[in-house]
Design a protein around this ligand. Structure first.
Ligand code: BGC
Length: 265
């Protein structure tokens, strides 16, 4: 149990990668704040899984993990601040923040609307910025160290035509982590990015239902399969633990080799 006694907030944990992270951190002993925006039933499912995962530990010195569900729109800064404050109010503190919630919108660059641009940038970058800021203020006030983990994407490096706002948000996340590693290091706060490739989650529903596109994508993945949410969650559990105390400002790719796969035909 690597995270016994810790409190972790996982944004966007009603489904997909966020749900797997919440469950995995609970299995490591952490208490979990589950955040959702539009899927309360998914959040309840995560809660049940969190309780079951925490419940696997039966030893007296190993209390069951607790879960707490809250709703927040990561695109609205006042909501983001309330989310952090409510998490702290519920469990008394926050040790780990996993900025997982993210959205993408498909459109050729010349057709992207201001509303879609704002939606993507607000959730993927502005929300992360201010959630992290509120968390850092709490750590400073309580004179404690902490861990921040951003769920980024291979697209913080790799172009993704028709998803320019998404790529800009993930590129921004890359520099956010690097900058904050320097600024927060003296406070003992670490920040790292986990960058998934193609993972089997609801964000990829369209792709999963398109055999032609899926086949083409699989050809680009050296490990010849899509990733599973658990593939991402296991790395997050490591980065959230004291085993990763000396790691900050880095991006770790979980992509089956997708990012660096270029082959001449
Ligand atoms: C995107 C997916 C995409 C994957 C690989 C992820 O960041 O959310 O839609 O399939 O990258 O390109």
């Amino acid at each position: 149990m690597k995270l016994e006694g810790k409190v972790a907030l996982v944004t966007g944990s009603s489904q997909g990668i966020g749900q797997a992270i919440a469950v995995r951190l609970a299995a490591e002993g952490a208490n979990i704040v589950i955040d959702y925006r539009s899927h309360p039933e998914g959040a309840e499912e995560t809660l049940a899984k969190v309780q079951a995962a925490g419940g696997k530990c039966h030893m007296a010195e190993c209390p069951n993990s607790q879960g707490y569900v809250l709703k927040a729109d990561l695109g609205v800064v006042s909501d983001v601040r309330r989310m952090i404050d409510e998490s702290i109010a519920h469990f008394g503190k926050l040790d780990i923040l996993v900025n997982n919630a993210g959205i993408e919108r498909h459109a050729p660059f010349w057709e992207v609307t201001e509303a879609d641009y704002d939606a993507v940038m607000n959730v993927n970058l502005k929300g992360v910025f201010f959630a992290t800021q509120e968390m850092v203020k709490h750590l400073i006030e309580t004179k404690r160290t902490g861990k921040i983990i951003n769920i980024s994407s291979v697209h913080e490096e790799l172009p993704f035509p028709n998803f320019t706002a998404y790529c800009a948000s993930k590129g921004g996340m890359k520099m956010l982590a690097r900058n904050l590693a320097v600024e927060l290091g003296p406070l003992g706060i670490t920040i790292n990015n986990v960058a998934p490739g193609a993972i089997e989650t609801p964000i990829n529903t369209k792709l999963l239902n398109d055999p032609e596109k899926l086949g083409a994508l699989l050809k680009n993945i050296p490990l010849s399969r899509l990733g599973q949410p658990q593939d991402v969650a296991s790395l997050v559990a490591f980065l959230a633990s004291s085993d990763a105390d000396y790691i900050t400002g880095s991006t770790f790719f979980v992509d089956g080799g997708l990012l660096w796969n270029y082959q001449e035909q």
